[in-house]
Design a protein around this ligand. Structure first.
Ligand SMILES: [Zn+2]
Length: 240
């Protein structure tokens, strides 16, 4: 099921994009356990042709619509560790990022959630797709069985050149907050696959690591991450 859908999407997209790397098997990771593209049916709003068209952005709009996705929520806590829930951290960071963006940049923000509620993966994509967002950023906190795992990583959809640029620009701003830099990676995460625009997913530290968790438990650090997320988006869209 998963292989079939992934392969079908790859064939459709590669025929339009002619990006040889796109045909490669998506790189998976043993660590960031986010939902993959076989987790739910594709949303009706997903348009593979449209998403490849927007990959060809050459002259960005001056005033983009930015979709922010606070991972998990409601009955889905995401990662749990060191007395913290991922869903609460991601929501706080997303809300702070929205505030920073709308205060400092000529951009508008659409949120997939702005409170502690359940939002399906399909709905997260629908919100961004229906808003015609120019790019999409999903915020998560990592978790792993080995509590020594720590640090930063960002993701993009395999073969998406603009997704890679977005993930890299955000990573380059966020990396000032971490001593362990795990890299910019690709993965077939649902929200990266079925959003009709360049997309990135950030895993800012491990809730299962005591040092990362103690930092994430402070508003000062979460504000720092929010500022860096926003500055990374600014770098991606406006180039500085
Ligand atoms: Zn997550």
């Amino acid at each position: 099921m998963k292989l079939t859908r992934t392969l079908a999407a790859a064939l459709v997209l590669s025929s339009v994009m002619s990006v040889p790397a796109f045909a490669a098997k998506p790189v998976q990771t043993a660590i960031a356990g986010e939902a993959l593209s076989n987790s739910a049916p594709a949303p009706a709003s997903y348009n593979a042709t449209g998403s490849t068209t927007i990959e060809g952005i050459v002259a960005p709009d001056a005033n983009p619509v930015i979709a922010l996705d606070a991972g998990h929520g409601g009955s889905d806590p995401g990662g749990v560790g060191n007395g913290l829930y991922e869903k609460n951290l991601t929501l706080d960071i997303a809300n702070r990022t929205k505030s920073y963006i709308t205060t400092n940049y000529p951009a508008s923000v659409v949120m997939t959630r702005s409170s502690d509620v359940d939002v399906s993966l399909q709905s997260r994509c629908d919100i961004a797709n229906n808003a015609g967002a120019n790019f999409f950023v999903s915020m998560h906190i990592n978790a792993f069985s080995d509590s020594t795992a720590n640090g930063l990583e960002t993701y993009y959809y395999p073969g998406s050149s603009n997704g890679l640029n977005l993930a890299t620009d955000i990573y380059n701003k966020l990396k000032g907050s971490y001593s362990t830099l795990r890299g910019v990676k690709s993965a077939d995460f649902y929200v990266l696959h079925y959003t009709n625009m360049p997309a990135s997913l950030g895993e800012t530290g491990f809730i299962s690591n005591a040092t990362d968790a103690s930092k994430l438990n402070t508003t000062t650090f979460r504000q720092q991450l929010a500022t860096q997320y926003a500055q990374g988006m600014h770098l991606y869209w406006w180039g500085n």
